[in-house]
Design a binder for this molecule. Structure first.
Ligand code: SAM
Ligand code: SF4
Length: 328
């Protein structure tokens, strides 16, 4: 079992498989993209499987595949097949922009991978295209509906962006009201590759809830697992639920159970902190299992208590990072 220096159990790995993406969401990266990692700096599929196996041996029992866009990596299904066969791993989930998942939906179902988070920040085509800087609205929408109707546990991630999509918060709840999905409204974080830097946000968790409550006063709070980052609610008459993730306000750090490994092998113990180690050369060197276990124990043993504390690890600013490299 992995226990950090603040007595929090770490059992959840967010594993990024690429930093590349076919969208250019303006809250995530600049229009020209970022300085993407060269292929030889990315962990291979075999290395991703090995790292997963070692970490599952250390107590990780839930892995979320993320990126960049995971499905732009052509060999992704090889990893998912291996993970679905891995003893000790109880839950596999994927976060995707749903642009190129279509051909893989049947196999995901066969593999028993049921938890899919789809990022969708607007139900209006023009707004979607302005935010993502690409015209993939219909594809995303069709794949989303297909995932829901095929019975996946779908959660929609909707980042509330001042001046961009706030007018869509109520319509997305309305459009999805007959579907059994969870719509999670996220506070924007300052990880957009340096194009924006901010120290405060209009749409914090309180403002989001107040806005929703104005249209749907008949809502109630739901019990959520202790390690949940979202506070969850049910609106009377809606088939699904909604949640709010205070990712900028960081009220959930006390129960954080996550570890991140980026596509280039960086070990990140907090979104707001600096990488604590890199596993790429370790896995390519002698005694990889033993050395990776040690690197992980060291990183987990020196975690910042909160995202605010972690932010101070940066000599200047954390705001130059892009979420496509961190994995969200
Ligand atoms: N491409 C996939 C997607 O968009 O779902 C997976 C990677 S993406 C970096 C993972 C998650 O991070 C997405 O839900 C995305 O909305 C979220 N994200 C990206 N930039 C963010 C930001 N600046 N603030 C808050 N969340 C962000
Ligand atoms: Fe790509 Fe996801 Fe970033 Fe959008 S949020 S640019 S889909 S990695």
């Amino acid at each position: 079992m992995l226990i950090d220096n603040h007595n929090r159990q770490i059992n959840y790995l967010r594993l990024a498989v690429t930093d590349r993406c076919n969208l250019r969401c303006n809250y995530c990266m600049p229009s020209e993209g970022i300085d993407f990692a060269k292929n030889d700096r990315l962990l291979t599929i075999d290395e991703l499987i090995q790292v997963s196996e070692i970490l599952v041996g250390q107590g990780i029992d839930k892995i979320r595949i993320t990126g960049g866009e995971p499905f732009v990596r052509k060999d992704l299904m090889l990893l998912l097949r291996a993970l679905s066969d891995m003893n000790g791993l109880n839950e596999i989930s994927v976060t995707t922009n749903a642009t190129v998942i279509g051909p893989h939906i049947d196999e995901l179902k066969e593999l028993g991978i049921k938890n899919i988070n789809v990022s969708l920040d607007s139900i209006n085509r023009d707004t979607f295209e302005r935010i993502t800087r690409r015209n993939q609205f219909d594809t995303v929408h069709n794949n989303l509906i297909r995932l829901i109707t095929e019975g996946f546990n779908v959660r929609i991630n909707f980042i509330v962006l001042e001046g961009q999509n706030e007018q869509d918060m109520i319509p997305i709840l309305e459009v999805m009201k007959h579907h059994k999905v969870s719509i999670r409204f996220l506070e924007e974080m300052p990880f957009n590759g340096g194009t924006k830097s901010f120290t405060g946000i209009k749409w914090n968790h309180k403002a989001i809830l107040e806005h929703i409550a104005e249209s749907y006063p008949d809502y109630r709070k739901l019990e959520s697992p202790k390690t949940s980052t979202s506070v969850n609610y049910k609106i009377k008459g809606h088939a699904g639920t909604f949640g709010i993730i205070p990712s900028f306000s960081r009220t959930f750090c006390g129960s954080c159970n996550r570890l991140r490994v980026t596509a280039t092998g960086d070990v990140i113990t907090c979104l707001y902190g600096k990488p604590k180690s890199n596993l790429r050369e370790v896995i390519r060197g002698a005694s990889p299992k033993e050395n990776i276990e040690n690197e992980i124990l060291k990183a987990v043993g020196a975690r910042a208590k909160t995202g605010f504390e972690a932010q101070n690890e940066h000599a200047t600013t954390v705001f130059g990072n892009s979420m496509t490299s961190i994995g969200g």
